[in-house]
Design a protein around this ligand. Sequence first.
Ligand SMILES: [Zn+2]
Length: 160
Amino acid sequence: MTTKTLSVSAIANGSVIDHVLPGLGLRVMQLLNVSPSPCQITLGVNLKSQSYRQKDLIKIEDKELSDKERSYISVLSPRATFSIIQNYEVIQKYRANIPPMVSGPFICLNPSCITQTEQTAHLFSTKVVHRQIGLTCQYCEKTYSEKNIGLIYDSLSQSV
Ligand SMILES: [Zn+2]
């Protein structure tokens, strides 16, 4: 007898972010800044994936991601897929969409970058090479990967 179980339980309404790069699920949640919200969130880390070896997966109840949030997550996980769930059914699905330029929650960590001392908005150009994303600071030209780019929420939580 075989039994099939879901690694992560289904949700009635909300969003599913699938195919997040393994280990980056927590960063995606930081990026969404959902921790103080009443949303119920399920995070699956290093789940088995058919198309890729491993993945993280996030289910957020009663939240629909904005276009901006999806583009930010796409920068952290260029293979991510986004599903909107209503009544346990997928009603819409989006693929990752990486904008050519990105600002928002991403920050440059170079101590000699002008953005460290002046109230200048951080701005990065994005480039995908061999499925790896590179974010290049428009001020100091330092390039980051999705794993070592700074998030504004990191520095907020460090200063508390
Ligand atoms: Zn910089």
